[in-house]
Design a binder for this molecule. Structure first.
Ligand code: TYD
Ligand code: MG
Length: 455
């Protein structure tokens, strides 16, 4: 029999080596390299319904497996982001900046799930039980049948969960968990990874749903290795601007539902309140139409959301003009400026450009391109766009406009909020009559000529 080669890997970063060494060259950690235990085929299992190593036909699986049962919390915005409710045995990671409201959200979720009859345990590694209870009182949730535990030792937590067998366990936060078989400080990469691994395997083994809270580092990553995101079924980010009361819960990965779905909340004195009509909220601060302000009809997950883009263009006192973006991608802004310059002959050299998505919203859809271009031109020319108009569409490098998805949904939402006309790329699926005047254009030059009478 051929001899299996011996391999080693770093348990901090996963780099593999063919010989042992004291320090990992890839991540620089000491004493993290260990010999890999090779996996060899075992004897066929008798206890399981299927033979070990056997495969099943997809049709067999789909006819025998019912869709996963879901429990709803009753917080509509949360249930939608989860893909229609909480799936049993699922592992969910909720990431966000410190202080953004993760503990508040999850305590409210715990109380709601518990009131729906789910056995729920909230494990806090950051606050004492008395503190959590005080917060619950402030949120008006003191009577909810949630069990609290203040614990950081992973072994003790698993023992408790094993004895209690709840339906849902919330771990706040994964950075405070400490596995005593791992020789490093809580919050370190190997601790976070080991804790997340133990808790997700516990979820799969016992059917307990586990929600892990994860703090986000300055560069926007969930602290600890990326591998935690791969371990769990669902990754949600809780985002928002500190100065704003709006908070957005965004699904960036979901094995049980659509990714990119968002739930919108408002931080109030009594905790997080659902915002069921985000478009109305994002547009609520909009005054009379001004130069540089454009309403973008966007789609977030399965839902249309209207928001306001604001641009300011001013002569730059600096040798290098500034480009500042809040809520959108800076690279994409540079691209739009380049296309405006190269294809339409509208230069932005020597001009400072500021772009802001109002309300603390973050947009990643390419369909916002045309709305951004409109805001930039409107600010540069100091001309307001026609009132009650929404804009959407993707811009290609050639200056052509590409139709956006779900045009019909965007228009419906715009009409619901009192808009009377829309500017969108030509082509795409024909849309029905819905009381909104659709002004279609096939390229950016045409758009500039028609709206700003230039180009
Ligand atoms: P918290 O949930 O502790 O944040 P995280 O767990 O993400 O670190 O939220 C803390 C902030 O929320 C704090 O600045 C105060 C604010 N807050 C309210 O405005 N209203 C409330 O009812 C609660 C409980 C918190
Ligand atoms: Mg917290």
């Amino acid at each position: 029999m051929a001899k299996t080669p011996v391999t080693f890997s770093c348990n901090a970063c996963g780099a593999t080596y063919n010989k042992w060494s004291g320090r990992c060259d890839a991540c620089g950690e000491w004493n993290t390299i260990q010999q890999d235990q090779g996996i060899s085929a075992g004897p066929p299992s008798k206890s399981l319904g299927i033979k070990r190593g056997s495969a099943m036909l997809l049709t067999d699986l789909t006819t025998h497996e019912p869709p996963p049962p879901r429990s709803k919390s009753g917080i509509g915005e949360l249930d939608r982001v989860l893909g229609g409710g909480l799936v049993a045995a699922s592992a969910i990671l909720v990431g966000g900046d410190p202080g953004i409201g993760k503990s508040t959200l999850l305590l409210q979720a715990a109380a709601h799930f518990a009131r729906q009859g789910l056995k729920t345990i909230y494990v806090s590694g950051e606050e004492a039980s008395a503190q959590v209870r005080m917060r619950a009182q402030r949120l008006g949730l003191a009577d909810a049948p949630v069990k609290l535990a203040a614990e950081t030792n992973l072994r003790d937590i698993l023992t408790t969960l094993e004895a209690e067998r709840p339906d849902l366990a919330i771990i706040d936060s994964i950075q405070t968990m400490w596995a005593d078989n791992v020789d490093s400080a809580p919050g370190s990469v190997s601790q976070v990874r080991a804790s997340a691994h133990e808790l997700t395997s516990f979820a799969k083994r016992t059917g307990v749903s586990v929600i892990l809270v994860g703090h986000v580092t300055k560069d926007g990553q969930i602290a600890g290795p990326r591998v935690v995101e791969h371990m769990v079924d669902t990754v949600l980010y809780f985002e928002g601007e500190r100065g704003h009361q709006f908070r957005i819960l965004r699904a960036v990965k979901n094995r049980f539902g659509p990714a990119d779905e968002i739930g919108v909340f408002e931080m109030t004195g009594g905790g997080l309140a659902e915002v069921t009509n985000p478009s109305a909220l994002f547009l609520s601060e909009r005054g009379t139409p001004a130069a540089g302000s454009v309403v973008f009809a966007g789609i977030e997950g399965t839902r249309p959301v209207l928001c306001e883009l604001q641009a300011l263009v001013a002569p730059s006192p600096h040798s290098q003009a500034r480009r500042t973006v809040v809520g959108w991608d800076g690279g994409r802004l540079a691209m739009i400026l380049a296309v405006l310059e190269a294809r339409c002959g509208i230069p932005f050299a020597g001009l400072d450009v500021y772009l802001n998505v109002a309300g603390g919203m973050k947009i990643s859809e390419p369909a916002a391109d045309l709305a951004v271009a409109a805001a930039l031109l409107s600010a540069r020319e100091d001309v307001a766009l026609p009132a009650e108009t929404v804009v959407f569409g993707e811009i290609s490098l050639s200056g052509a406009l590409r139709p956006a998805t779900q045009t019909e949904n965007r228009l419906k939402e715009a009409q619901k909020l009192g808009f009377t006309s829309a500017i969108a790329p030509a082509g795409g699926k024909p849309v029905g009559k819905n009381g909104i005047t659709l002004n279609t254009m096939s390229d950016l030059t045409g758009f500039v000529g028609e709206i700003f009478g230039a180009g």
